[in-house]
Structure formats: C-alpha cells, structure tokens
Ligand binder design. Structure first.
Ligand SMILES: [Zn+2]
Length: 140
C-alpha cells in the first residue's frame, strides 16, 4: 500500500518537475515549444502526441492558467493589503491587479500546457500507440 503510494507520488513529482522546466513530462525531452505560445504536436524524443489526440484538450490547460492567475493575484493582493494596513494603496491594487490579470496568463501559458499534460499523465500514463511506435519511457 505505502509502496504503491510512494511510487505514485514519486512518479507525479518527476512528471511535474519536467513540466515546470517546459520539458516533455513523459520523457523529459524537448524542446516541445516553437516559441512561447506554440506547442509542438509531438515530443521530439518520445513521440508523445502532446495534445493526446483529443478535442477540447486545451480547456484543461486554460483552467490551469486561470487558477494560476487567480492564486498569484490573490497572494499579491493579500500581501500588499496586510503589509500596508491600515492605509493600503487602493489605486496600485486596482490597476496593478488589472495588469496582473493580463500578464500572468500570458507568462504562465506554456507552463499551463505542460502542467496539465503532466497532471493528465499522472492519472492516464502514455500508451504505446500514443508514442508513435516508439517505446514508452515510463517512470517506474
Ligand atoms: Zn517526450
């Protein structure tokens, strides 16, 4: 039980660490982006279809980007509010918050794609047919 749980958590940590570095979560290979906003269709090393051949797959990564933007905004907003209380800079919070809501999703965009792919791979490991005939490089 603990051994299986440990293996699952170790595998998840490896997949997310690769994703944070904008590498293929499945094998750690790359580059998997052509520029900041354009992800390749397949990993150049393991051949994994990076959108896993499903329609609407991007909705999950958009969800990750929105959650990240909200969490970052909330953390910065609360920090400034608490550090400057009882006289918070409301104009900075208003306009800075608006700026953050535009900038953070753009900056976080490629990470949202790789992190969602890692999240998906944790629960649905790549099957051999997804790797374009190449051997699966599973994390054990
Ligand atoms: Zn790969």
């Amino acid at each position: 039980m603990f051994r299986a749980m440990w293996r699952f958590l170790r595998r998840a940590a490896i997949l997310f660490w690769r994703a944070v570095r904008l590498r293929c979560p499945n094998c750690g290979g790359g580059p998997i982006f052509d520029g900041w906003l354009r992800m390749r269709t397949h990993c150049p090393r393991c051949g994994l279809a990076l959108e896993r051949g499903e329609q609407g797959y991007q909705v999950g990564s958009y969800m990750f980007a929105i959650i990240a933007a909200e969490l970052i905004f909330g953390a910065i907003f609360l920090s400034i509010l608490l550090l400057t209380w009882p006289d918070p800079p409301w104009d900075l919070l208003l306009y800075g918050g608006m700026l953050l809501m535009v900038v953070v999703p753009f900056v976080f965009f490629p990470f949202s794609k790789t992190l969602f792919l890692a999240f998906d791979l944790v629960f649905r490991p790549a099957r051999a047919e997804e790797l374009g005939g190449r051997r699966a490089q599973a994390v054990s």
